[in-house]
Design a protein around this ligand. Structure first.
Ligand code: PEP
Ligand code: MN
Length: 360
């Protein structure tokens, strides 16, 4: 890591949950020694899927957070999911709060919190909702933004996916870029821990976030991760945190105007040419789908043909693999193309019904 990089980035580190005074204090001291400018996170209240699991130490942990700030000088932040929790945080002088993924999905809860935040000037971080719905994320940021005087920060913690994936929560970087297009000035922090779910994946995600121009990282850090009461597979020790962060290599964001820029521009014009050809091919392909739609309509044949779809998917994934295209990529691409064909054919098959609806 190049000196000075961390000065422009936000590092939010600390345990998933506040478990005991000793666990909070020891973790915070070790983080402060390595990163005095970091923000210290700990879940005072933990949203757990089932009752009976460790739910954070609750209100007493707010005192430990105050102690952290007093002793180490780190700013302390936690999740507030109810107005009661938020008020307790404000009363305890917490330096910042975040709205968790399970809260962002519910505009009623977000509005309640936003109302209770009226006029506050501490930073409020808004995590993305559990599923990749950019409007929910955007709406939550707008609700909070209308109410608070302080900074609103977006936290990208990945999205639940039904597809098998190496990630606990798939990053779907595109959703974060889309959010950023609505709020160009917003700081975007990558919560690599909840995206990864497992320690070996953390470094790659952190580097990717840096390459993509993120403004910082949230990294769950625990003095003794193997004995953590929640999320133990994804937490790192303070030493591992330092190793991870110092191992990141910054990239130059501007392509400049030297020979590298010329080379890139040449490749880009080739790519533009191929993209145009892809569009033409796609248009031809959709025209053929529409013709098939007409035949299906005339002969009352169902639009979705599972055997044909399975065949296309497996042949092209195999063929793609042979020529070096990843099966996951081919699968996603074909799903998009197939969905569009089905949409076009549905419009054709239901044309008359749609007309009748119009007439009523
Ligand atoms: C957390 O940060 O510990 C947490 C519960 O996160 P999320 O809301 O992203 O699941
Ligand atoms: Mn966690």
């Amino acid at each position: 890591m190049v000196d000075g990089l961390m000065e422009s980035k936000l590092l939010i580190a600390g345990p998933c949950g506040a478990e005991s005074e000793a666990q909070v204090m020891e973790t915070a001291r070790a983080i402060a020694n390595r990163f005095p400018g970091a923000w210290f996170r700990a879940g005072v209240w933990k949203p757990r899927t089932r009752p009976g699991a460790f739910e954070g130490a609750g209100e007493p942990a707010l005192e430990w957070m105050q102690e952290v700030r007093h002793e180490t000088g780190l700013k302390v932040v936690t999740e507030a999911a109810t107005t009661h929790q938020l008020e307790a945080c404000l009363k305890a002088g917490i330096d910042g709060v975040w709205i968790g993924a399970r809260t962002t999905v519910n505009p009623f809860l977000v509005q309640d919190l936003a109302d209770a935040m009226l006029g506050i000037s501490i930073p409020v971080m808004v995590k993305n909702p559990l599923h990749p719905d950019v409007d929910l994320w955007r709406g939550a940021i707008e609700r909070v933004g209308q109410s608070v005087k302080g900074e609103v920060i977006a936290i990208h913690r990945g999205f639940h996916s039904f597809e098998t994936s190496e990630f606990r929560n798939h990053p779907r970087w595109q959703v974060a870029f889309e959010l950023k297009s609505f709020f160009p000035g917003i700081r975007m922090v990558c919560d690599i821990s909840h995206i990864a779910g497992r320690r070996p994946l953390l470094r790659g995600i952190a580097q990717e976030a840096l390459d993509l121009g993120y403004d910082g990282w949230m990294i769950e850090t625990h003095i003794d991760p193997d004995n953590a009461l929640s999320d133990k597979m994804q937490q790192v020790t303070p030493d591992q945190l330092a190793e991870l962060v110092h191992g990141l290599s910054p990239r130059i964001s501007d392509i400049g105007n030297g020979t590298a820029a010329t080379e890139i521009m040449n490749y880009r014009s080739e790519i533009d040419r191929l993209d145009e050809a892809l569009l033409q091919l796609m248009q031809e392909r959709m025209k053929l789908s529409a013709r098939i739609g007409e035949v299906k309509k005339e002969n009352d044949i169902s639009i979705f043909q599972p055997d044909r779809w399975r065949h296309v998917l497996s042949t092209l994934r195999e063929r793609g693999n042979e020529i070096g295209l990843s099966p996951g990529f081919i699968r996603n691409l074909l799903i998009q193309i197939h969905d569009e064909s089905i949409r076009i054919q549905s419009e054709i098959v239901h044309r008359d019904e749609l007309k009748n609806v119009g007439r009523d």
